[in-house]
Design a binder for this molecule. Structure first.
Ligand code: AMP
Ligand code: ZN
Length: 469
């Protein structure tokens, strides 16, 4: 497998530290609201990455943090007049429901910032011991970017742009305010009862520190993969690298992968612009999690994806087409007809799919392999070349694709349409008429059925199927 590594901006062969256990950290949600589908694009990219690693036979240990204390959670819990943990609980629960709905495989660990304060304090102590941290007049502790010579290597910020010695206290800031960032923020009255004790007085950790401390706890000092949306690259990931490498004296992460934004009318979908849909908004419109999933995974993770409701409609019709296809395969007559042809088609498709996904998650080429297989199989079905065993081989191949794609319901029991007796009766009469070579009568019956809203499909190998038009 190979990936585009943001660190170095190049395509690199993926060599895990431990082949038996790929370790991966994904920055999780700040639980101050429902996640929007822009956030879920990032989590779905990470899910596809995880599932692809598994498809290639790796076991994966994934950690996703929950940011349950930061500037925004404090601000909004106060506005809601709730204790911080009561406020964030609601959005944590909603997040897990949404993950399930979108068929995102669970990570092995979901550590919360508020239950890892001692680990964060310990890391600041180490940074003091090694000379990277200093305390300011107001009691906050900062990381001195001047001391860490490699600061800026991920986001490619050269030293001239860096304002060492200038301090920035907010969790989020832009590239033009590169500065010493807060490791520990001294308590201020606006924090209310959100505070912890520390060797530097009461306060709370900075946002970036949480990921450095928790990734080390669960994945070790050096691990394989770290992911997030492109907006996480700076300052968040840059600051994580600085803290971790300064404290541990070794490389933090080998491969950094970042996904591009989900846009809406070509603007980044974000809470602050208010141009967002939550998953719940789309479910309320009648779309399923599988459909939203399909709509969001079909574009390569390093390209922007412009979202529209039409995309969900397309996903719906594609998934419906596949559901009908799976049903036809399940309905094939018993026998080994076409088994070898099916095995050959499946193997070729599997190879093309794996090659595409192994090449920096090349979803477009991977989906082309899926559609090609469907097309070839459909033409074999039209020529009545397949029996149930061939069907079984193809279905098995789709189960394999689905280990990565996750949107198909290969084995969902078909929703059988209730066909009224008199409609069935007319359809039978049409079959009789055709047998008797009375094609005028057969056509007339077919047209009458059509007017009543029913269509007749001839099943390869004889027999008919009556469906709603
Ligand atoms: P946040 O809760 O803001 O920390 O974001 C959680 C994750 O969603 C991060 O990995 C962000 O980079 C990502 N993210 C936020 N907005 C978007 C968007 N419009 N498109 C893709 N990813 C996003
Ligand atoms: Zn993070």
């Amino acid at each position: 497998m190979r990936f585009f590594n943001t660190l170095g901006r190049s395509m690199q062969e993926f060599t895990p530290i431990d082949k038996e256990n790929v370790r991966m950290y994904t920055c999780g949600p700040t639980v101050y609201n429902y996640a929007h589908i822009g956030n879920f694009r990032a989590y779905l990219f990470e899910d596809i990455l995880r599932r692809t690693l598994e498809y290639f036979g790796h076991k994966v240990t994934q950690v996703m943090n929950l940011t349950d204390v930061d500037d925004k959670t404090i601000r909004d819990s106060q506005a809601a007049k709730l204790k911080l943990q009561d406020f964030t609980r609601k959005y944590k629960d909603a997040f897990f429901e949404d993950l399930k709905e979108l068929r995102i495989e669970p990570a092995e660990h979901y550590p919360e910032a508020t239950t890892h304060i001692p680990e964060m304090i310990r890391m600041i102590e180490v940074l003091f011991e090694k000379g990277y941290a200093y305390k300011s007049e107001d009691g906050s502790v900062y990381f001195s970017i001047d001391k860490f010579k490699e600061y800026g290597k991920l986001a490619r910020i050269d030293r001239e742009q860096q304002r060492a010695g200038v301090r920035i206290n907010s969790d989020e800031y832009e590239k033009d305010s590169v500065a010493d960032f807060a490791l520990w923020k001294a308590w201020s009255p606006s924090d209310g009862d959100v505070k912890w004790d520390s060797p530097w007085g009461i306060g709370r950790p900075g946002w970036h520190l949480e990921c450095s401390a928790m990734s080390m706890k669960y994945l070790g000092k050096t691990f394989d993969l770290h992911t997030g949306g492109v907006d996480n690259m700076f300052p968040h990931h840059e600051d994580e690298i600085a803290q971790s490498e300064a404290a541990n004296g070794c490389q933090f992460v080998n491969y950094w992968l970042h996904c591009e934004h989900l846009t809406i009318e070509n603007k980044k979908m974000s809470k602050s612009l208010g141009n967002f849909y939550t998953l719940r908004d789309l479910l309320a419109k009648g779309y399923t999690g599988a459909e939203v999933r399909w709509a969001l995974i079909g574009t390569h993770y390093r390209s922007k994806l412009n979202f529209s409701i039409a995309l969900c409609d397309q996903a719906r019709s594609t998934l419906k087409k596949f559901a009908d296809f799976f049903q036809r395969l399940h309905d094939l007559e018993k026998g080994d007809k076409g088994k070898e042809q099916a095995a050959e088609l499946a193997a070729a498709a599997d190879q093309a799919f794996a090659k595409a996904m192994g090449n920096d998650l090349g979803i477009a080429e991977a989906l082309a392999a899926v559609y090609n297989l469907e097309r070839s199989v459909n033409s074999a079905l039209a020529k009545n070349e397949f029996g149930s065993e061939a069907g079984g081989i193809i279905l098995e191949q789709f189960r394999r694709f689905n280990k990565v794609l996750g949107s198909f319901d290969v084995d969902a029991p078909a929703v059988k349409e209730e066909v009224p007796a008199e409609i069935m009766e007319m359809a039978q009469q049409r079959t009789e008429a055709r047998k008797a070579r009375d094609f005028a009568k057969a056509d007339e019956l077919r047209n009458r059925l059509k007017d009543l809203g029913w269509i007749i499909e001839d099943v390869p190998g004889g027999g008919i199927k009556v469906k709603k038009a």
